[in-house]
Design a protein around this ligand. Structure first.
Ligand code: PXP
Length: 252
């Protein structure tokens, strides 16, 4: 079975840095370590309120990932401001996400079906600039079909509800996992590459990683949290190993 890529989201290194308004800890240093530890790429979300990653971070991360020949996955809201920044840096990938200032994190998927007219031109302009465009959506057949229709090359399935259900011991977990599997299959059948992310930890990574259609996972908060206890490199190495083991078991 194909190897599953790991994108490490380093936003929350910037969250800690910003708590002191200083330059430490540096997300670029975390990005270098993440790549050395086995991450295939770096993910960063420049939020409208700049609560973690800053414009200067994106400059540095763009240069760093280019120099290392690794992909930068730029998470962005569908706004003129973010579109201009993406077009300036032309990262390997742009992942369009919904964004509301009051939310603590990206709480739901993008409504591509309802926002078709607003999203389609942004997808086209980013694709024309050479970026791979990914849409962060819920595991919903209408959203998958809409993502294919607006011309995205990739979807990223929001795994937050599933991961929360597992952590809470909710009986909904199985159903939510089935929906993720179904959406991944539908998406590949429509010619889309499929990624997944949000809320993934050591427990939830396995059932997600065995979904054969997935090409990439993007994981941030848990890895940065684990870095406090075990260090960033061991945390990424363990996640990488769990992903590889899940794939190997599935193939056996
Ligand atoms: N993928 C997307 C599109 C996201 O917005 C986020 C959170 O920034 C992640 C993945 C990573 O989620 P987490 O930090 O919960 O691992």
């Amino acid at each position: 079975m194909n190897r599953l890529r790991l994108g490490v989201n380093i936003d929350h290194v910037a969250t800690i840095r910003n708590a002191r308004g200083s330059s430490y800890p540096d997300p670029a240093r975390a990005a270098e370590l993440a790549l050395a530890a086995g991450a295939d790429g770096i993910t960063a979300h420049l939020r409208e309120d700049r609560r973690h990653i800053s414009d200067a971070d994106i400059e540095v991360l763009s240069a760093l990932t280019r120099k290392r020949g690794r992909p930068l996955n730029f998470e962005m809201a569908v706004t003129d401001e973010m579109q201009a920044i993406a077009l300036k840096h032309r990262p390997h990938a742009c992942c369009l996400v919904p964004e509301r200032r009051e939310e603590r994190t990206t709480e739901g998927g993008l409504d591509v079906a309802g926002g078709h007219n607003r999203i389609a031109p942004v997808v086209t302009s980013l694709r024309d600039a050479g970026c791979r465009v990914s849409l962060f959506i819920e595991a919903d057949p209408a959203q998958v079909a809409a993502a294919a229709k607006v011309g995205a090359q990739v979807i990223e399935l929001h795994t937050g509800a599933y991961c929360d259900a597992v952590r809470e011991g909710s009986p909904d977990a199985e159903r939510l996992l089935r929906q993720l599997r179904q959406a991944a299959g539908d998406a590949v059948a429509q010619g889309l590459e499929v990624h997944a992310g949000h809320g993934i930890d050591y427990e939830t990574v396995r059932p997600i990683a065995v979904i054969p259609e997935l090409a990439e996972l993007n994981i941030g908060h848990f890895l940065i949290g684990e870095a406090i206890f075990t260090g960033l490199v061991p945390a990424i190495q363990r996640m990488r190993a769990l992903m590889d083991e899940a794939r190997a078991e599935r193939a056996a």
